[in-house]
Ligand binder design. Structure first.
Ligand code: PLP
Ligand code: ZN
Length: 426
């Protein structure tokens, strides 16, 4: 492979070296491929300040700006929008509701296709292109497929997307269709779609863009790297994120350890991973001290974390141990209320994202997060990703029992009628 540096893949279970010149699949022992390349021993943070103001497309990307922490790929093969550069927000109402005065929200829904998935996809699609892949593929709860479809289109590669039938929001499906991916709906849940794509990739020669792919995890490290850059390399006490397939959890732990080794941070922020109660195999494993892990059927309103058998379980476990992290669960009602409050603050997010904010509130109440601590909660996806959930919350049968509902009204076209419905504000 043409490359601007050296890297290789090793199996995280048996240590065997795996080929890096094709779609990185599971080792024959069942282990996952891990990327190994030279990391910086020390780095002058001023280099990132300079690049942030630059015009080079790689410098402007909130992923490739931090390329010292990414696998070396030939620059002329890189497919970038550019992604990242997502903002940090605070909202007094959310600080009050969570009981956390120093709460910031990092909005990964501001990525090109509306979720953090683009950060991994720019790296993995660039690798696919660099090794001459002919077709890329993934199984997805939605956001991955939207991202795969967009990056494949930009790279000029055909894409095949495997979806669990009928379990994906129309907005995400619409993105994948519009960007031109071939859509294959699979009967069953996400985990069966995932099994099929893994089997098929071997036999049909598809380049797999699932989160088994370590190039995606490498890209997702930049959420934490960019965050710490925004905080002038002064770590918060906590980084709180939703956990589904646990790719981010895995990537965040790696990023924190690597940033410390490179001298960019002196202290590790703690990770708090929040799962939906109905899809919480990682939480259960955490509660038994990671003594055992068992997959479970998954059900939650937060479709992006409706995953019962997370691919990155082992790597995520390591992240919790290395950052003195915690895992917590929240109910669907807590997720929906948190989402309604994030939306109402003008920031907005998709349901899975709100799990992190609901989690902050729960962890403050249980005394795990202290009120004076600095907390960054991750919002993983954009409000427009899931309009059906918005409508169901505000207009559905249970709407009147919920806080924050906002129901449209219909009137006759007269000022008198208007006066009647605006009496509380005008
Ligand atoms: C993919 C996704 C998640 C889950 O992230 P993992 O890294 O798989 O745990 C959460 N929220 C949104 C919006 C997502 O698209
Ligand atoms: Zn192996």
């Amino acid at each position: 492979m043409a490359s601007s540096g050296s890297m290789h893949l090793v199996c995280d279970a048996c240590g065997r070296v795996l080929p890096a010149d094709r779609s990185p699949g599971r080792c024959s022992c069942g282990g996952l491929p891990e990327l190994v390349f030279a990391l910086p021993e020390s780095i002058d943070p001023a280099v990132y300040d300079r690049r942030r103001g630059g015009l080079d497309p790689l410098d402007r990307s909130g992923v490739w700006r931090y390329r010292e922490f990414l696998p070396p790929l030939p620059p002329d093969q890189i497919v970038t929008r550019p992604e990242g550069n997502t903002n940090l927000y605070s909202a007094a109402a959310l600080s009050t509701w969570t009981g956390c005065p120093h709460l910031l929200l990092k909005h990964e829904g501001e990525n090109p296709t509306g979720s953090f998935k683009d950060r991994g996809m720019t790296v993995a699609t660039s690798h696919a292109r660099a090794v001459g892949a002919r077709v890329v593929a993934c199984a997805s709860t939605g956001n991955t497929s939207a991202s795969v479809a967009a990056y494949a289109a930009m790279a000029g590669l055909p894409a095949v997307v495997f979806l669990p039938e009928g379990k994906i929001s129309a907005a995400k499906l619409g993105q994948a269709i519009a960007y031109g991916a071939r859509i294959v709906q699979v009967r069953g849940d996400f985990d069966s779609a995932m099994r099929l794509v893994q089997e098929a990739s071997q036999e049909l020669g598809l380049y797999l863009l699932n989160s088994i792919n370590p190039f995606r995890l490498a890209g997702q490290k930049t959420i934490v790297i960019e965050l710490l850059h925004q905080l002038c390399w002064e770590p918060p006490d906590w980084i709180v994120l939703p956990g589904g397939n646990l790719g981010n959890t895995a990537a965040f732990g790696t990023a924190i350890v690597e940033l410390e080794a490179a001298g960019l941070i002196r202290r590790r922020p703690r990770l708090a991973v929040i799962q939906a109660e109905g899809a919480s195999p990682f939480y259960r494993a955490y509660r038994n001290g990671f003594a055992s892990f068992s997959p479970e059927p998954a059900e939650t309103v937060a479709s992006a974390i409706r995953i019962g058998n997370p691919v990155s379980y082992d790597r995520a476990r390591r992240s919790i141990l290395e950052t003195d992290g915690v895992v917590e669960i929240v109910t669907d009602d807590e997720i929906l209320e948190a989402k309604a409050r994030v939306d109402r603050s003008g920031i907005g997010c998709e349901p899975a994202s709100a799990a992190s904010v609901a989690g902050v509130r729960k962890l403050v109440r249980s005394g795990v997060i202290m009120p004076g601590q600095r907390v960054v909660a991750l919002l993983t996806g954009h409000l427009l990703k899931d309009p059906d959930t918005v409508m169901a919350y505000h207009l559905g049968p249970e709407a009147e029992h919920r806080p924050m509902t906002n129901r449209p009204v219909t009137i006759e076209p007269t000022v008198a009628a208007l006066r009647g419905v605006l009496s509380d504000v005008a």
